[in-house]
Write a protein that binds this ligand. Structure first.
Ligand code: AMP
Length: 428
């Protein structure tokens, strides 16, 4: 018999880690609401063309990492699992005529993302992101609002030492000349380029700057920098973003190597790192402005900006920094009994308590009462509700497993008593 495993590059989120993800997504959606971003959902898959056209055919994400769904013979459409959010969200913006809504349209979403990447530590083929997008505002103030929102997410999640790297990658007015300068530079060094990069040189030279190949490090370090080639408008935009960030007390560093991997970015690009871990694979999150994307996907020219923060990497960093707090999701009480055939009454009492909002487990096995009490203790339960002869008088024994005390409580008072005692224990 074969032993089955989760597919390479994917993992199961066991209850403890799932609880952490739940908490992170909760922080994200609460923050999003606080900042005026509304919850939203797109399908896990889209027409492949949304990504091919939106992200760019010569990007790693489309060229190598797209999880394509083989078309069924009777279907003409070719689909792919979403490898990022923005293209799908912009597709939805155009499809639903959101340009007629009050602008900017501010949306927030979190969930799994799929990339057929080479798996390694912190790099998975299915991973989770918290994403926000503000479509319809040319900035630069909103650029700073978004950068600050991301940083606040890390703070509230308890990640220490996160820094913001900021850059501008120009716009259609100034990027073409820079791309030409950059192409000339790499052509002069073509012999030193790994085959993949040499192949990309003529098609999408910006990609070389964020190459993951270590052989490129030195060459990229000495490459012409976009910051020396920005047009007046892009320069002014970048300066204004910086002024807004400074006013918001957001610490940041301008870093010309932040070019982002996707074609649609214009002007503002940013990434979040834990200080001292700026290696290629270690970005905690990133985002940028995409002023040409709405038009590219069939809408009216509309500016936009957003970020995606990787939750798996936040979980890794929290574990490294030793700051994962255990979730408080154990039962408040476990209902136990000496009679193995009294499961109807055990379950009924547990159900009544649950209906009042208490976390309650009913022990439905046939083991001895002592074992049931032991198990309740291991569960982290505060109380055991013990069913016995007192039931005839409408009463049960309640044992405080933490204090080691026990008393008789009327069934009518049980829910109130448990809730009160548990609350006073937690707050006292
Ligand atoms: P990107 O859009 O590639 O910049 O991704 C944004 C964030 O998502 C990154 O900074 C990472 O935190 C996370 N991320 C990207 N790719 C992966 C992956 N393969 N596995 C886990 N997290 C990822």
């Amino acid at each position: 018999m074969a032993t089955y495993r989760a597919p390479r590059g994917t993992r199961d989120l066991l209850p403890e880690e799932r609880a952490l993800f739940e908490r992170l997504m909760g922080i994200g959606s609460e923050l999003a609401t606080r900042y005026g971003y509304r919850p939203f959902e797109t399908p896990l898959f889209e027409q492949a063309a949304v990504f091919e056209r939106g992200i760019g055919e010569t990007t790693d994400v489309v060229e190598k990492e797209l999880f394509r769904i083989a078309p069924r013979t009777e279907e003409a459409e070719s689909w792919a699992l979403r490898p990022e959010w923005t293209a799908g969200i912009v597709r939805a913006y155009v499809q639903h005529g959101m340009q007629t809504w009050p602008q900017p349209v501010k949306l927030a979403i979190s969930g799994p993302i799929f990339r057929y990447d080479r798996p390694q530590a912190g790099r998975y083929r299915q991973f989770w992101q918290f994403d926000v997008e503000a479509i319809g505002d040319p900035g630069p103030a909103i650029d700073a609002e978004i950068v600050e929102l991301g940083l606040r997410f890390y703070r509230e999640a308890g990640v220490e030492g996160v820094e913001v790297l900021l850059n501008s990658i120009g716009d259609p007015a100034c990027r073409p000349a820079y791309v030409e300068t950059l192409t000339d530079y790499y052509r002069r060094h073509a012999a030193a380029l790994p085959p993949v990069e040499r192949n990309r040189l003529e098609r999408n030279v910006l990609r070389l700057l964020d190459s993951k190949d270590p052989a490129m490090a030195e060459l990229n370090e000495a490459a012409p920098r976009i910051s020396d080639h920005l047009c007046g408008a892009c320069n002014a935009h970048l300066e204004s973003v910086q002024a807004h960030l400074t006013a918001l007390d957001v610490p940041f560093r301008v870093e010309p190597a932040v070019v982002r991997g996707l074609d649609y970015y214009t002007r503002t690009a940013f990434e979040y790192y834990v200080a001292g871990r700026e290696g290629q694979q270690q970005a905690l999150g990133g985002g940028g402005r995409y002023d040409g994307l709405v038009q590219l996907l069939g809408g009216r020219p509309t500016p936009g900006i957003g970020f995606a923060l990787g939750l798996d990497r936040v979980a890794l960093v929290l574990a490294e920094q030793g700051s994962i707090s255990a979730a408080e999701d154990g039962p408040v009480a476990v209902v136990v009994g000496a009679d193995p055939d009294d499961t109807v009454i055990r379950l009924r009492i547990a159900t009544q308590l649950r209906a009042t909002g208490l976390r309650v487990r009913a022990d439905l096995g046939r083991r001895k009462l002592g074992r049931q009490l032991q198990a309740a203790g291991k569960d982290g339960a505060h109380f055991a509700v013990i069913l016995g002869d007192e039931l005839n008088a409408g009463q049960v024994q309640v044992r405080d497993l933490l204090a080691g005390t026990q008393r008789v409580v009327a069934l009518d008072d049980l829910a109130r008593e448990l809730a009160r005692a548990d609350a006073s224990h937690r707050h006292g």
